[in-house]
Ligand binder design. Structure first.
Ligand code: BTN
Length: 198
């Protein structure tokens, strides 16, 4: 029989990246247009959680932030809680952070042990733009009562900064995976095999 335990080190990784996502909300947010969806650095924290920690720990870091927001802590940019976000046009983006971290983490894990920056940028764009915007657009349509075209058009304003976030994340991930090759590999191993907590 195989039991999977969650080592203290993995728990620390999850906590640190949850804190990083929250910290990236501290500079605040910039509202553009009338969509009600702000520009925020927090989505870069989500990309980094996936790209550096992998799918399992990356998703857990995002879930930690959302859980804290659901109990009323102001963990989102602008001091908002997840409850406020989920009842606003940003709802789809907040939910979309989960598959974003998963897709980026899963594809990054497949690429390793050699992290290639161009492929990393592509993966980050796939997760942090294609997947995230798909969820975001649905949220804007449902919560913001926008048409598909209006929601899609509103997202165009985010693309330049989100592309820059994808590049920065890939550059950071490249350096981190070179310096700490076990960071993401450990999460793959610990999700498949019995591990002993350290
Ligand atoms: O605070 C929230 O409730 C979530 C905000 C989501 C903002 C989205 S993430 C993708 C896109 N890029 C940005 O800078 N803002 C939007």
């Amino acid at each position: 029989m195989s039991t999977t335990r969650f080592p203290a080190r993995d728990l620390a990784h999850v906590a640190v990246f949850a804190a990083l996502i929250i910290a990236l909300g501290l500079p605040g947010s910039i509202n553009i247009g009338i969509s009600g969806v702000p520009i925020t650095l927090q989505s870069m924290g989500v990309m980094m959680a996936g790209a550096l920690l992998g799918p399992r720990k990356g998703v857990l870091a995002v879930l930690t932030v959302i859980a804290l927001g659901l109990v009323g802590l102001p963990v989102l940019a602008g001091g908002r809680t997840a409850l406020v976000s989920l009842s606003s046009p940003t709802a789809g983006f907040l939910i979309g952070w989960i598959p974003t971290a998963f897709v980026i983490g899963w594809l990054t894990a497949k690429m390793l042990p050699k992290y290639r920056i161009i492929a990393g940028i592509g993966i980050n764009l796939l997760g942090g733009v294609v997947v995230l915007y798909a969820f975001g657009i649905v949220g804007m349509m449902v919560r913001g009562h926008m048409s598909f075209v209006a929601a899609w058009s509103a997202n165009a304003a985010f693309i330049p900064l989100d592309a820059a976030k994808a590049v920065v994340t890939a550059l950071v991930a490249s350096q981190v995976h070179r310096a700490y090759p076990a960071l993401l590999r450990d999460s793959v191993i610990s999700s498949n095999k019995t591990v002993v907590a350290n």
